[in-house]
Structure formats: C-alpha cells, structure tokens
Design a protein around this ligand. Structure first.
Ligand code: SAH
Ligand code: SF4
Length: 370
C-alpha cells in the first residue's frame, strides 16, 4: 500500500486525515507539532501520541524529506542544498544567515515555464510543479538540520522567501497549504510579514493569494515599460504592467506590509539607464506604496547578458531615491557557491524546449538600451 507523506498536509488537512483514521482532531495538532516543531519523522518517537494512533500511522503514513544530493557552504555562511525530486530533476534551497535573522529561499517548481531572459532557471525550461510536501520538506530539512548543527532548540529560520526555482503563483494549489504550514503556530509560526511570495506577475493568482493567504509580496518588475518588459519577462504579454500594478494595489488592501517590493534585476545597457529610472519614477511615484530592490544581475553561462557596473547601479538608485522612492541594492550572498539570485539551476528535465525558444528570440538590446 502506498503511504501518504504527512509533510503535504497543513493543519486542517492533517485534522481531516486523522478523522478519516477515526482519531480525534486534537491528535492532529500533537502530530503536527511533533513533525514541524520537533522535526520528528519516526512515529515511535512521538511519545505522547496514543499507541493506537502510532500503529495506524505506521502502516499508512510517513514523514519523508527529500534526498540531499549536495550541500555547499559559502565563505559568508550561506548554505545551498541540492535536493533530488526524482526522474532526473533536482531543486535548490539556500539559507542566508544574517545578524538579526535567518532567511531560507526555497523552490516551488522543477524549472520554470515563464522563461525570463536573465534567469538560469528560466533557461532550463520546465519539468513539473513541486508538491506541497516537497515545498515544505525544504524548510523542514533546513530548519531541523541547522538546529542540530548549531546544537540549539531555538528557531533558526525566521524568514522564508519563495525566490528559489520556479514561479510560485503558477503552482498555486500546492503553494497555499505550504504557506499555511509555515504560518501556523503549531507549525513554524512565522509571521505573514516574514514569508514572502515573489512573482513575475501572475495577476489572477495575486488576487487569489490576497483572499486565501496574504503574505508579503515581491513583484519582479525589471522594466518600466511594456515593450521592454515583454522581452525580459514573457508573461508580461499576457499580464501587462498596468494590470499588474492594479493587482498590486488590490493586494495592499489585505497585505501584512503596507508596501509592495518591486524587484529590478540590473542588466548592463538593457534596463539600467537613468532614463529607465525616470520612467520607473513616473510609473510608480504617488501611484502605489512600494519599495524597489535593485538586484545586480548574476551572470550564468549562455545568458548573453552582463551585470550593470556599480556606477550605473548607483546612478539608477540615485534617481529613484531623489524622487522619494525607498530603494535598496541587494547584497549578493553566496557568490562563491552559485547561490545568488537567479543562479539556482538545479537539474531540470525540460519538457518545453526553452533553450531553443530563447536562442530564437534574443533580447533586442539595441532597441531597449537607453
Ligand atoms: N519566479 C519568481 C521567484 C523566483 S526568481 C519571480 O520571478 O519573482 C527570484 C528573483 O530572482 C526574481 O526577482 C528574479 O527576477 C531574480 N533573478 C532571476 N534571475 C536572476 C539573475 N540572473 N540575477 C539576479 N536576479 C535574478
Ligand atoms: Fe521563472 Fe522567476 Fe526565473 Fe522568471 S525569474 S524564469 S519567473 S524563476
């Protein structure tokens, strides 16, 4: 008989499952705490669970993490794991320690179908959505292995960002229970402000997330105009900037923070001129409460793009700051282990011929340079 992986249930889901087994709902809370708060995977370990329940679970259920293919530790303390998700696919998660927090960046898909030009995951194409269990397993493994390593019972991961491989809002149904497990007081107990979904702009799903599970939202903008954004983020042809910003405004009605973060990957001579910065000011200023996070492009083989020089990044930031828009430049972490944004490549058995598509439609740098 196939056993069910309990990492795939949020607490209401686990309660329903326990009821099916003829168990009281509160048993689910105990079980959930054992799994997520204590990192237990062996039912026999769960000493205060009724023996009858432990026996029932034994034959039917499991708590199954992902196999770790590799682990790399950067000189700055960043850790990158490569997890096997079967059939030749592997996904990455990155832990970024800072003085006042520990952030885990996790993946939502094996590959990505959006195909952004500057993203190595996009270049690899798409294989499949991760399940809720596979999304949660990245956090479960990272949190509990870090606690063991640091020899502590205290929480190590305080923030989760859905900024690894994949477009989380194109895997909505598996994403939401995973977010709920992160937020649940009996699970990881993270506050909504400390769980961030990053999206390239799947407008209808931004609206659904607002109703179902409003966590912090980051939107990958990368360009101030539709012609340029169409080239960098192909999804823009379906959901152009005006529609995207309207969805962001609606999101703010329920969001745990009173601003949206716009991410902007700085590509030399493509989207990084002062004129582009002024266009961005015209687009956003007094229109929407936001912060801008400039991400220096992290190059990877075959991208054909270059990172903006520091001087260009600074000049761009200056225009935004002068206009009163809160702007930060993201520090690159884990550079030496290819763990920086957009370098997460994992291993993807592409089913979309992404590579061929991209070669046929290179970014028109001449047209878009400003
Ligand atoms: N699919 C989601 C989340 C994953 S990508 C999204 O696009 O938002 C996470 C962030 O890394 C996004 O802001 C993305 O634009 C950025 N990124 C992708 N490739 C990059 C690269 N090569 N250099 C720097 N940032 C990159
Ligand atoms: Fe997908 Fe995000 Fe990469 Fe674009 S940047 S290809 S949406 S993972």
């Amino acid at each position: 008989m196939d056993t069910v992986n309990l990492l795939g249930f949020d607490l209401p889901g686990l309660a329903a499952y326990c009821e099916q087994l003829g168990e009281k709902k509160f048993r689910a809370t105990q079980l959930f705490r054992w799994i997520h708060q204590k990192g237990a995977s062996d039912f026999e370990q769960m000493s205060d669970l009724a023996k009858s329940l432990r026996e029932k679970l034994g034959g039917r259920a499991r708590v199954q993490a992902l196999d770790v293919i590799s682990e790399h530790v950067s000189a700055d303390g960043t850790i990158k794991w490569l997890f096997d998700v079967g059939a030749g696919n592997a996904v990455e998660a990155v832990f970024i320690p800072e003085d006042d927090r520990g952030t885990l960046c996790i993946s939502s898909q094996a590959g990505c179908a959006v195909g952004c030009r500057f993203c190595s995951t996009g270049h690899q194409g798409f294989s499949r959505n991760l399940t809720t269990a596979e999304i949660v397993a990245q956090l479960w493994f990272a949190e509990h292995s870090l606690r063991r390593r640091q020899n502590t019972d205290e929480r190590v991961i305080s923030n989760v960002v859905m900024m690894g491989m994949g477009e989380p809002l194109q895997n909505y149904d598996q994403l939401v229970p995973a977010l709920r497990t992160m937020l649940d007081d009996h699970g990881y107990g993270l506050s909504r402000r400390r769980v961030t979904v990053s999206t390239s702009g799947v407008v209808p799903m931004i609206d659904r997330l607002r109703e179902d599970c409003p966590v912090a939202l980051a939107v990958s903008l990368h360009a101030p105009t539709d012609p340029l954004r169409d080239q960098l983020v192909p999804l823009n042809k379906k959901y152009p900037i005006a529609e995207l910003l309207a969805a962001c405004k609606r999101y703010l009605e329920k969001a745990p923070r009173d601003f949206i973060t716009f991410e902007y990957c700085m590509l030399q001579e493509v989207n990084d001129s002062p004129e582009r910065a002024r266009e961005l000011v015209r687009l956003l200023k007094n229109k929407i409460s936001c912060k801008i996070n400039l991400i220096p492009f992290n190059p990877f083989p075959a991208s054909g793009l270059t990172r903006s020089t520091n001087a260009r990044v600074q000049a761009f930031a200056e225009v935004l700051i002068q206009a009163g828009i809160v702007t930060t430049v993201r520090k690159t972490r884990g550079d030496d282990i290819d763990a920086a944004c957009g370098q997460l490549a994992g291993e993807v058995q592409d089913r979309t011929r992404a590579h061929i598509r991209m070669v046929r439609a290179p970014v028109n740098v001449a047209k878009s340079a400003g």
